[in-house]
Design a protein around this ligand. Structure first.
Ligand code: PLP
Length: 425
């Protein structure tokens, strides 16, 4: 099935009891066991089935199955936020004393998590500039458990070198985890060498700015057993689960050792599960994701072209307008569109940036991306205001930088709003 069909049909055709076509919201904490033997089999994983909504829920399961299929993965796990997804993606294979490598081009919240909170947990994050993919190899040692990046990181919007870094990971038995939040449907990281995909479903998957949520998707394409001692938590008996060896326990179920451990250990112990109601809102969003992404990308490309012709604009940051490796990667990995985030720099710096934002009438001024509505922010005076000038520049935030998240409105109305705001800036 193609993407447009998968998002409508995978994981649910009709409810077996009521024949409901829409996915029901299973708003329940618990599930009645048939008898004590059935309960015991579920707990020992001899049989798969519902036990308790912190660990699994039928509404969340539809979202998980659809997203796994859409990405070309083998299984997925829904969590309470994108931040929880990033945290779990690392914690599932990194213990205190281990390290992992991350791209420097990251969402600010992820940067804080990796640079500060993970450090407090005894997990070292080694940052590498993705402009030099070969440097990921230099940072790997015997305690390295994974490499982490974002496919389309803002504000730079330079597409991650997925294939180059994926090959380095494969050579050293280190999986590549990619946050694909900004590029669902248009980029399939698992097809190019990634092993695990992470999402903030808060953005394009939901698409309407309603709920906070996240997802982890297991590509099933990494040989955890072959990597041996590097992944003790998957390859040696787990004392917290009757000595289960996750790479063994997963065998009858498929290549799902990573997501199985994430579910039965991390969700069990740390919580952070997605609510069934939020899963329902994400399912509604997902059903129109392919259509929406096409329109998001068309509008964004047209706005990038328009901005690049304006006198008050110094530079437009959009993958289609880049050159060299950045353009090559955008064309190779994002054949269905170059995303809906557009950055631009106003010649007259901070004051012009603030005036521009304050003059917008249609664009919302919010710290979010991926809404059906168009959004704008001036990072230097908001999201990045706590950084030093040097830190801002290395993050790609110049004084006059404006970030736009282009929505689904009619292009003429968007262009009119941008024009009047530029005139006032
Ligand atoms: N990853 C990216 C690329 C993001 O933009 C965000 C939020 O802006 C997150 C992760 C965190 O997601 P959430 O806000 O759902 O926790």
């Amino acid at each position: 099935m193609k993407e447009e069909t998968i998002v409508l049909h995978t994981g649910h055709r009709r409810d077996e009891t009521t024949t409901s076509v829409a996915v029901p919201i299973y708003q329940t904490t618990s599930y009645q066991f048939d008898n004590t033997e059935h309960a015991s089999k579920l707990f020992s994983l001899q049989e798969l089935g519902n036990i308790y909504t912190r660990i699994m829920n039928p509404t969340c399961a539809v979202l998980e199955e659809r997203m796994a299929k859409l990405e070309g993965g083998v299984a997925a796990m829904a969590v309470s936020s994108g931040q929880a997804a990033s945290t779990f993606s690392i914690q599932n294979i990194c213990h205190s004393g281990d390290n992992f490598i991350s791209s420097t081009d990251l969402y600010g919240g992820t940067w804080n998590l990796f640079n500060n909170t993970m450090k407090e947990m005894g997990i070292e994050c080694r940052f590498v500039d993705p402009k030099k993919p070969e440097q990921f190899e230099n940072a790997i040692d015997e305690k390295t458990r994974c490499i982490y990046g974002e496919t389309l990181p803002n504000p730079k919007l330079q597409v991650f070198p997925i294939e180059e870094v994926g090959k380095i990971g494969k050579k050293h038995h280190v999986p590549l985890i990619l946050d694909n939040t900004a590029a669902p449907y248009i980029c399939k990281p698992l097809n190019h060498g990634a092993n695990i995909v992470v999402y903030s479903t808060t953005k394009y998957i939901g698409g309407h700015g309603l709920s906070i949520g996240g997802l982890l998707i297991d590509g099933g394409n990494f040989d955890w057993e072959k990597a041996g001692d590097r992944f003790k938590m998957l390859n040696t008996p787990d004392p917290s689960y009757h000595g289960a060896v996750w790479s063994e326990a997963a065998k009858p179920l498929g290549p799902i050792a990573y997501i199985l451990r994430a579910r039965v250990i991390l969700l069990r112990d740390l919580g952070s599960s997605m609510s069934p109601f939020n899963a329902f809102t994400f399912i509604q969003g997902l059903e129109t994701l392919p259509l929406r992404m096409q329109r998001h990308c068309e509008n964004a490309a047209e706005i990038a072209d328009y901005l690049s012709k304006q006198d008050k604009v110094d530079k437009v940051i959009y993958p289609k307008l880049m050159s060299g490796d950045h353009l090559d990667r955008a064309n190779k990995y994002m054949q269905k569109g170059h995303g809906a985030l557009v950055g631009f720099e106003l010649k007259d710096g901070v004051d012009a940036g603030k005036k521009f934002i304050d003059s917008l009438k249609l664009f919302y001024h919010v710290a979010n991306i991926g809404d059906a509505r168009s959004l704008a922010i001036h990072p230097s005076s908001t999201t990045h205001s706590q950084l030093s000038e040097d830190e801002k520049l290395s993050a790609g935030v110049t004084p006059g930088y404006i970030r736009l998240s282009i929505g689904l409105e009619h292009i003429d109305d968007l262009l009119e709003d941008l024009e009047q705001a530029l005139n006032n800036s």
